[in-house]
Design a protein. Structure first.
Length: 299
């Protein structure tokens, strides 16, 4: 199996603090890398790590199992996995064939500037816990044509504008295939209101759990905001906040050295009993059991 130049086929890790999930850095010092899975060695990626970059994984042959934020995803040919910066990732079973695209956040920001409607939507929604989509025949043809071109272009080290244009095509077509829970026609103003809601939840979920806070921030009646959130996301505001809170709790339990008591207060719970009840109700296990499972090398 051929190894990648400069990286020796092994991801580099930076251990920030004892007991914390290591940070996976880019293999090479460039904003985007295209890697054929048939040419890629996987040492160290079978251990939990956080990404310093964003990633698209397209499986074209064989099956694969990937863990993202301590959730297991089985991938088959034709499926694409998207991973954001900071998410916890582990390769349980690598795919035999396919492509990896690793890219800096600056390229993703260029994409969202060019296609603002795609930001915080579908595959790129930080509240979305389903990071996998299946390409249709047209999208597979686009991926099959673009990726070899992008692989060759990156070697020429062009400016980020050129790279961003090709990457944006991949991101756009992947996200167009994301199926919302409730298909509907969305007015641009409604989509923007929900985008603002998601931003607010990301900023305040540790301390503000109830819909009236967010409706006041958005200048809306709470009932209307809940109806809009339900229409566009399939969930009311309180459920969106709780899902974000659960994601953060899982990340801290699995990827930090904080004690459960420290996590309790980090997330704004008044005591351990409230946090324990919240976590067990939504995850189906205790926080300590989840931590043991998440940090086990055999999970």
């Amino acid at each position: 199996m051929r190894r990648l130049p400069g990286g020796g086929g092994v991801f580099l890790f930076l251990i920030a603090l004892k007991h914390r999930v290591p940070i996976q850095k880019m293999l090479l010092d460039q904003p985007l890398q295209v890697i054929r899975l048939a040419d890629f060695d996987y040492p160290s990626t079978d251990q939990a790590h956080r990404h310093e970059f964003l990633m698209l994984l397209w499986v074209t042959g064989g099956s694969s199992v990937q863990m993202v934020d301590y959730r297991r995803f089985a991938l088959s040919p034709g499926e694409v996995l998207f991973i954001r910066e900071g998410q916890v990732h582990r390769v349980v079973r690598p795919a035999a064939e396919g492509w990896l695209v690793l890219f800096h956040a600056s390229l993703y920001r260029a994409f969202t500037r060019a296609y603002p409607a795609q930001e915080l939507h579908g595959l790129f929604d930080p509240l979305n816990r389903q990071p996998v989509i299946r390409l249709d025949e047209q999208a597979e043809a686009i991926y099959g044509a673009i990726l070899p071109l992008l692989e060759a272009i990156v070697l020429e080290k062009p400016g980020e504008t050129v790279i961003s244009a090709y990457l944006s095509i991949l991101l756009y077509h992947a996200n167009q295939l994301f199926r919302p829970l409730h298909p509907f026609l969305v007015h641009p103003d409604q989509a923007e209101q929900v985008r603002q809601l998601k931003l607010l939840i990301g900023q305040h979920f540790r301390t503000e759990r109830n819909a009236p806070f967010y409706s006041a921030k958005l200048g809306m009646v709470t009932r209307k905001l809940n109806a809009l959130a339900l229409k566009l996301t399939g969930q009311r505001v309180h459920k969106l906040v709780n899902d974000r809170l659960l994601s953060e709790a899982e990340a801290l339990l699995g990827g930090s050295g904080l004690s459960i008591k420290e996590i309790t207060f980090e997330l704004g719970f008044i005591d351990h009993a409230h946090f324990a009840a919240f976590f067990k109700k939504r995850r189906g296990m205790t926080a300590s059991a989840f931590r043991k499972q998440a940090t086990s090398p055999y999970t």
